[in-house]
Design a protein. Structure first.
Ligand code: PRP
Ligand code: GLN
Ligand code: SF4
Ligand code: MG
Length: 500
């Protein structure tokens, strides 16, 4: 995922960056970074949460009326602080950049950078490839009078050479603030504006929730292939401004984005309630008769309430979340994910004892959360536990900025629904149907178009066989024994159905 923000206004922007980034903490917990520019770049980054990385001492040094920030969830390269974003360079062109997404043809781009621009990447973070390609293209322009056309040309060449998902924000030193998206617009990026007596402040962010905190008006989505540049006179320039979203990540609606964000005109919370409501058909067909519907906090809530409403069964919050534990899914090791899940949720015995409980979560990815939940609900006395996922089975890796690049880790890529039910020790597992999901989000149904690749194996960037292998090798090199462990643990532990 990763959370990105960028601000440009008449005064120092560091406070806006910190507040904006904090609202995006759910998108990345590994590292955080901020770069600002006055006459020079000022950069601070570190591993951990935004609150831990930025103390008043560091914030004081981040001077400038233009700046960008990043909350990292690692999908390429290691977790080393050196690889945290933003990246800043003074050559071939002075700029600083952040991105959300994943470059899939990174080996080819690295080679090309060397051959075409004589630049060698210093790290294994894919951001460097986008940054140096763009900076090298700018360098080839007329340096004395860099025009907006030059900037948009450099964006276009970068978009032609770099494949994958990348929503980016860039400070072009001495020129202005630029945002551009990949040609398919896979990751979210929005633009906002706040008027002040000293002039407008412009902002770009992964999600609109940032603007609510900061009093910005939403202006627009930065859609597929679009670029927006705010020059030093605060004049806004658009390239390709009217194209509609074509392959937006549907999982943003299901899980990644915050409930209070509006994405492509759709409030995330409302879409999740709808996902819950349409699950009613499959729940009724399955013949189960739950006494209550409960959610898996945090992101299962809206779907659970929608389902409860649609089937006329009471909803209760019966799992309490420890607010000091973050998201488990974006922890980078299986041991770490299990540890978070263990400490995160606790059942309210009095609510579930003796009950047939339908527990709704947004998704089952590796099965870490669902397995633990079923177990603790049974220990708390639940009579039957039905596990319901508001996403369809995840059967293919994501190569666009989500750390699920290994098929071996995806439980539904390797096991049938019955086997999964046995593995998580539930009485029933029910998944959203892909057709129902498409009903809400597909282009054929007039919804603009989404990426469904992790549910279908059809990747919007075309044949990705070669890239998938490169990405998997890359991830493998950072994980040591992890994937093999995940696979054996599923097969070894998948038990026979238990009597209850
Ligand atoms: O099958 P798994 O591999 O366990 O992954 C799926 C779980 O991970 C996510 O929760 P997470 O703890 O990341 O965050 P949340 O608090 O936002 O729900 C998601 O909401 C599911 O609960
Ligand atoms: N999830 C993301 O957007 C990650 C961005 C980038 N690939 C990194 O690892 O830093
Ligand atoms: S593969 Fe899945 S998670 Fe990845 S961008 Fe597509 S819909 Fe989103
Ligand atoms: Mg969850």
């Amino acid at each position: 995922m990763c959370g990105i923000v960028g601000f440009y206004g008449p005064d120092d922007v560091v406070q806006d960056i910190v507040i904006g980034l904090t609202a995006l903490q759910h998108r990345g917990q590994d590292a955080a970074g901020i770069a600002t520019f006055d006459d020079n770049f000022h950069l601070h980054k570190g591993n951990g949460l935004i609150n831990d990385v930025f103390k008043p001492k560091q914030l004081k040094k981040l001077k400038g009326n233009i700046g960008i920030g990043h909350a990292r969830y690692t999908t390429q390269g290691s977790n080393d602080t050196e690889l945290a974003q933003p990246f800043t360079t003074s050559y071939p062109f002075g700029l600083s950049m952040v991105h959300n997404g994943n470059v899939i043809n990174f080996r080819q781009v690295a080679k090309l950078m060397h051959q075409k621009y004589h630049v060698l990447p210093k790290t294994s973070n894919d951001l460097e490839l986008i940054m140096y390609t763009f900076a090298s293209e700018l360098r080839l322009k007329n340096l004395d009078a860099l025009s907006v056309v030059d900037i948009f040309d450099a964006v276009e060449t970068t978009q032609e050479l770099v494949k994958g998902a990348y929503a980016t924000i860039t400070i072009i030193a001495g020129h202005g603030l630029l945002a551009f998206n990949d040609p398919l617009g896979i990751r979210p990026l929005v633009m906002g504006r706040r008027d002040t007596p000293r002039g407008p402040v412009y902002a770009f962010a992964s999600e609109s929730t940032c603007f609510d905190y900061l009093g910005f008006d939403f202006i627009k989505n930065v859609g597929p292939g679009q670029a927006i540049f705010i020059d030093s006179d605060f004049k806004v320039h658009y390239k390709n401004p009217y194209q509609q979203p074509k392959n937006f990540c549907v999982f943003e609606h299901i899980y990644f984005a915050r409930e209070d964000s509006t994405i492509h005109g759709r409030l995330v919370a409302r879409e999740r309630v709808r996902l819950g409501k349409i699950l009613a058909r499959k729940v009724i067909e399955s013949g189960i008769q739950p006494d209550m519907v409960i959610d898996v906090p945090s992101s299962g809530y809206f779907a659970a309430s929608g389902l409860a409403e649609a089937i006329g069964v009471p909803y209760r919050r019966a799992l309490v979340k420890n607010n000091h534990m973050g998201r488990s899914f974006i922890v980078s090791s299986q041991a770490g994910r299990e540890d978070v899940v263990k400490k995160k949720l606790n059942p309210i015995r009095e609510f579930v004892e003796g009950k047939k409980v339908a527990v709704v979560d947004d998704s089952i990815v590796r099965g870490t959360t669902s397995r633990r939940i079923v177990r603790i609900l049974r220990e708390a006395g639940a009579k039957e536990v039905y596990f319901i996922s508001s996403a369809p089975p995840i059967v293919s890796p994501c190569i666009y900025g989500i750390d699920m690049a290994m098929s071996t880790e995806l439980i539904a890529a390797n096991y049938t629904e019955e086997e999964i039910c046995r593995y998580i020790e539930a009485d029933k597992v029910i998944y959203q149907s892909l057709d129902d999901l498409k009903e809400l989000f597909s282009e054929e149904k007039g919804h603009g178009g989404s990426c469904f690749a992790c549910f279908t194996g059809n990747y919007p960037t075309g044949d990705v066989t070669k890239y998938l292998r490169h990405i998997q090798e890359e991830r493998q090199s950072h994980r040591k024994k992890e994937p093999a462990e995940a696979l054996t643990s599923v097969s070894a532990k998948a038990p026979e159905p238990t009597e209850h």
